[in-house]
Design a protein around this ligand. Structure first.
Ligand code: XIL
Length: 401
């Protein structure tokens, strides 16, 4: 069921995605939806002049009443006293002048969307393809941008060679453990000094109450022990890089409870962990108070909070493909208020040291192809890479979306 073949990985991605979306829609029993707490003085003025009325259009999603993009402050400067601001791309960015300009203006952090995962880096046992990841490192270093390492172990991108062999053999676990430790040792060593943190394990928490741990192939072989091996190997290879556990739906109490039980277990046994990454893939029903609860839970353990994969779909289900122009305009207003509330929350928590949007412009978001192909509008910049209402709501408390 959890075999990491490319076919089953794809279906698992849909499974994880569906459950995340379900949670985003309230299925996780979360904190009651948008609190509106960040929108002091915000009126309900219409943005019916939005030029984004066609959801299949590739044109701008900006309202014509938005400020001149040339006056937009750099996010990395605006939030310099609070946290790093991250955007996400792969090494294609070097050949895209529009997105390069966007990232170099606004980002003090980057995350690789794909090229630092074990698939593609781990070609076969002891054989690595660092070419794309190294190109992204070069881009970051040339532009003074710090790099998050994402990620060392994710069940969806674990190459099948990790699990080769006779699973009934007495030494099978030792062999697989040795492969995992070698992979993490080699990769962390390769990027030593080039990344400021690693998502050591990604999505290891169960989506249901039957267990705290996801029933992945890793878990089926080792129980929870593989998580220890991953953190210990990462720390041994780099004594100073920050080590994170990264998870989605942490803003829902059930999932947060299971995550923190795992974190407490790691801490109690002296496993080296520095922080928790909150993916925060969401939609317009993002439970702001639940996000606050998640940040507070991590702070209570004296760990660092990173927001690692923030986006906000305008769709509330996984089947709709279009919104009417008026529905989209309303959605973008709500999105702006939600983003303002979230960033106000992040600023209020000094434990939040990095906030990354999962993409760059709305044209470069995984949500345009997942969970189905559709035109989504989840980020702070429109398809022309200009600031949306959500951007202005975040940087200007007086802006009325
Ligand atoms: C996604 C990328 O955005 C896609 O392009 C890729 O096809 C699959 O992975 N949680 C994570 C990210 O931790 O690595 C995922 O990124 C999105 C969900």
């Amino acid at each position: 069921m959890e075999k990491p073949s490319s076919v089953s990985r794809r279906s698992l991605l849909l499974t994880a995605a569906a459950s995340s979306l379900l949670a985003a829609c309230g299925g996780g029993g979360g904190g009651g939806g948008f609190s509106g707490s960040g929108g002091g003085g915000v009126s309900s003025s219409s943005s019916s002049s939005s030029s984004s009325s066609s959801s299949s259009s590739s044109s701008s999603s900006s309202s014509s009443s938005l400020p001149d993009p040339a006056t937009a402050p750099a996010l990395k400067t605006h939030f310099a006293a609070n946290f790093k601001v991250g955007l996400v791309a792969d090494d294609w960015i070097s050949g895209d002048t529009t997105i390069s300009a966007l990232v170099t203006k606004h980002a003090s952090s980057m995350t690789a969307e794909s090229v630092m995962k074990a698939n593609p880096i781990g070609v076969s046992e002891g054989v690595y393809d660092f070419s794309h990841a190294d190109a992204l490192v070069t881009f970051c270093q040339a532009n003074g941008i710090a790099l998050r390492g994402h990620n060392l172990l994710w069940y969806q991108t674990s190459p099948s060679w990790f699990f080769d062999g006779d699973a009934t053999a007495a030494n099978y676990k030792d062999i697989v453990k040795a492969r995992l430790v070698k992979y993490i040792t080699d990769v962390v060593t390769h990027f030593k000094g080039q990344v400021y943190c690693w998502d050591v394990v990604n999505e290891v928490v169960s989506d249901d109450a039957s267990s705290n741990y996801r029933n992945s192939q890793w878990y089926q072989i080792f129980g929870k022990d593989y998580i220890d091996y991953a953190f210990q190997a990462a720390r041994a290879a780099d004594p100073t890089v920050q080590l994170f556990i990264n998870e989605y739906s942490t803003e829902y109490p059930d999932k947060l409870g299971r995550l923190m039980a795992i974190v407490d277990d790691l801490i109690s046994r002296g496993i080296p962990i520095d922080g928790v990454g909150h993916q925060l893939h969401n939609n317009l029903s993002v439970p702001i108070s639940g996000v606050g609860d998640a940040l507070a839970a991590v702070e209570a353990r004296h760990l660092i909070n990173h927001i690692t994969e923030l986006d906000m779909s305008v769709f509330s289900d996984s089947t709709s493909t279009t919104l009417s122009s008026s529905a989209l305009a309303t959605a973008l207003q709500t999105q702006a208020l939600n983003y303002r509330a979230l960033f106000n929350l992040f600023v209020a928590h000094p434990s939040v040291q990095s906030v990354t949007m999962w993409g760059t412009s709305d044209a470069h978001s995984w949500l345009n192809s997942w969970p189905i192909t559709r035109t989504d509008y989840p980020l702070l910049f429109d398809r022309s890479a200009n600031p949306k209402s959500a951007f202005w709501a975040v940087v200007d408390p007086t802006f009325v979306p």
